[in-house]
Design a binder for this molecule. Structure first.
Ligand code: NAP
Ligand code: ZN
Ligand code: ZN
Length: 346
């Protein structure tokens, strides 16, 4: 077994603190990474607080992992020692169901294995990237370009793919009016991809202080959702709303901003169910949909697209000791626009 240092929540009530644990030895198909940076996703906080379901404790969060390959198993073909590599939200899946065969491992019909707060096929718990190394089957490890800032690539592994995938699925681009709802970790990547794909992008935000940033990220318009005149001007106008909001919000209000035949895409995962009156959909034949992270082939495609188009996340690097103050700022909407842990501080 491999001795590993990490940060874990021992129970749902406790804060993260240093914790030593063991990872499996590197098997013939495995790659071991030294973790250099790990992004901080709002899902990390949802999960250590059991917002969605009872979690598996001790819990080591983190699924925006980048680092260097330090060991490879005998059968590994795609990676060699010294390569830069990444691990996102998944570390395994059944590989046999029709979704896995299409590269949609995130929708594995037999249950994919999340990077943390899940169980490997042998029943052992998975531990995430707030740690100094990880061992993963090579099929679930991604290539990372040397061209981009490594720390700023980390958030692409979740915030990046979670926004890239639905925009690609719905072919959002030239001629579309896209609203990105919530300018946080996911939202700022949604803006970057929407702009890069040619859509007219509007940020819908509760934070007046983010207008300048939204425009610097490439957004064409900014709407402060507490300002009724600004809201009135965009009623019934958007072809798509990419909803990245992490907390309870009024769906009827946002659906009123969709154009006829428009689609509201939920990627944000508030703990409470949405209330969606049928009337908010019927007037204008509107749809509400959702999208979860992305499969392995599309995650690699997104990373390659980012390398080609020079797209990374806007980040603030933190010491792992400051993870809770960072969570507090995230909850207040004060994240510009992703915290990334420098694992050298572990
Ligand atoms: P984040 O950085 O905290 O950003 C969320 C943003 O939503 C905030 O910055 C804020 O933006 C806005 N917001 C917060 N509370 C709001 C409220 N009550 N009403 C309206 N807007 C509000 O979080 P994140 O890491 O981007 O994650 C966002 C959500 O996506 C989380 O629920 C996370 O679990 C989920 N997620 C889902 C997937 C998936 O596969 N679908 C993957 C990753 C994450 P403004 O200041 O601009 O209003
Ligand atoms: Zn995430
Ligand atoms: Zn499957």
């Amino acid at each position: 077994m491999i001795q590993t240092k990490g940060y874990a929540a021992q129970t749902v009530e406790s804060n993260l603190a240093p914790w030593n644990f063991e990872r499996r030895d590197v098997g013939p198909d495995d790659v071991q990474l030294e973790i250099i940076y790990c992004g901080v996703c709002h899902s990390d906080l949802h999960q250590i607080r059991n917002d969605w379901f009872p979690g598996i404790f001790p819990m080591v969060p983190g699924h925006e992992i980048v680092g260097k390959v330090i060991q490879t198993g005998a059968r590994v073909k795609k990676f060699k020692k010294g390569d830069l590599a990444g691990v996102g939200c998944l570390v395994d899946s059944c590989r046999e169901c029709k979704n896995c065969k299409k590269g949609l491992e995130q929708y594995c019909l037999n249950g994919s294995v999340p990077t943390y707060n899940g169980r490997n096929k042998d029943g052992s718990p998975t531990y995430g990237g707030y740690s100094n190394n990880i061992v993963v089957h090579e099929d679930f490890v991604l290539h990372v370009s040397e061209k981009l800032s490594l720390a700023a690539v980390a958030p692409l592994l979740c915030a990046g793919i979670t926004t890239y995938s639905p925009l690609r699925y719905w072919k959002v681009g030239k001629g579309h009016k896209l609203a990105v709802l919530g300018l946080g970790g996911l939202g700022h990547m949604g803006v970057k991809f929407g702009v890069s794909f040619g859509a007219e992008v509007t940020v819908l935000s509760t934070s007046p202080s983010k207008e300048k940033d939204a425009r610097a990220l490439g957004a064409h318009k900014f709407v402060l959702t507490s300002d009724s005149a600004q809201v009135e001007a965009v009623k019934e106008t958007f072809d798509f709303i990419l909803d990245t909001v992490s907390a309870k919000h009024d769906m009827s209000f946002y659906l009123s901003l969709l154009a006829t035949n428009g689609t509201h895409i939920c990627v944000g995962a508030p703990p409470e169910p949405h209330l969606i009156p049928a009337f908010a959909l019927m007037g204008g034949r509107k749809s509400v949909s959702g999208s979860g992270i992305g499969g392995l082939p599309e995650t690699q495609e997104m990373l390659d697209y980012c390398a080609e188009h020079d797209i990374v996340s806007d980040i603030e690097i933190i010491d792992i000791k400051n993870i809770h103050p960072a969570y507090e700022r995230m909850v207040k909407g004060d994240v510009r626009y992703r915290f990334v842990i420098d694992m050298a501080t572990l």
